[in-house]
Design a protein around this ligand. Structure first.
Ligand SMILES: Nc1ncnc2c1ncn2[C@@H]1O[C@H](COP(=O)(O)OP(=O)(O)OP(=O)(O)O)[C@@H](O)[C@H]1O
Ligand SMILES: [Mg+2]
Length: 259
């Protein structure tokens, strides 16, 4: 990644970058409307690494989809650098997503006909023509990212020739290709063994430190939570910092426990 990018991400460290305000999200079901997010508010500062925890079914993935403008919300706003992205057309939401937000989600959505390297390159292909020099740079970056997630020797494998955890790591490398300002991660290392998971956690932390990328991470992994600056919980459709019953406190890096 370029030094320019370090400046880009570091320009206004500490200022708010992504904010969800009073988000209400319902799903239609045969038994009526299901309200999953009811007045959920959350804000992440530039360079912040924020953990989101909560019981299964509490709405964590729904919240990340809303923050990434992947899904329409019933009401509320999602502000990226102060601009409401939740009400924009699908086309402009897709442009914003592709340029500024990187997704690491539970389902990897890799293209089955493309190998790992081409899958990682996919975000650069969307809406852009690549000339020779640009293409070379992107290829090098994609290959470098695959090396960093431990897949240097699997670049030419197609998804069906990769294990679940390897596919997950391809999706992680893909999310990082466009050097997004914000990374939204949904249990990014949920399927990985502890050693590989730890490598990915360290990669995320180093990107957060080096490039000041903002990260909102849904996870139950204590070692990843420890690396975060702050922990929030999703309870009854709202985001809170109060520890819910049955959850253990995990000291975070901001507590000074882990640097
Ligand atoms: N498209 C949908 N239609 C109807 N209900 C849905 C839909 N998507 C999610 N839900 C419901 O919304 C609730 C929140 O789902 P969500 O996937 O956000 O939970 P989660 O906190 O991410 O859970 P997990 O930890 O298991 O991944 C769940 O009860 C789920 O059944
Ligand atoms: Mg989920």
């Amino acid at each position: 990644m370029s030094n320019n990018n370090a400046l880009k991400h570091g320009a206004e460290k500490g200022s708010l970058i992504l904010e969800g305000r009073k988000i209400i999200k319902t799903y239609p079901t045969p038994r009526g409307k299901l309200t999953v997010l009811s007045d959920a508010s959350i804000a992440a500062s530039r360079g912040e690494m924020l953990a989101v925890m909560g019981a299964s079914g509490s709405g964590k993935s729904t919240l990340l989809h809303a923050l990434g403008a992947l899904d329409k919300i019933d009401s509320g706003t999602v502000l990226l650098d102060g601009q409401d992205i939740s009400k924009k057309s699908e086309t402009s939401r897709a442009e914003i997503r592709n340029g500024r937000i990187g997704f690491m989600f539970q389902f990897y959505h890799l293209f089955s006909d493309f190998n790992a390297l081409d899958n990682v390159l996919m975000p650069a292909r969307i809406g852009r023509r690549m000339n020779g020099q640009k293409r070379k740079e992107l290829l090098e970056r994609a290959a470098g990212l695959l090396e960093r997630v431990g897949l240097g020797d699997r670049m030419l494998h197609r998804p069906f020739e990769l294990s679940g955890g390897e596919q997950q790591r391809v999706a992680i490398a893909r999310a990082l290709l466009n050097e997004p300002d914000v990374i939204l991660a949904d249990e990014p290392t949920g399927n990985l063994d502890p050693v590989t998971g730890r490598t990915i956690h360290e990669l995320l932390k180093s990107l957060n430190r080096e490039y000041n990328q903002t990260m909102i991470i849904v996870t139950h992994n204590p070692s990843l939570v420890k690396m975060c600056d702050r922990v929030t919980y999703l309870v009854d459709g709202k985001v809170t910092t109060d520890l819910p019953k049955g959850f253990l406190t995990v000291p975070t890096s901001r507590d000074g426990t882990k640097k």
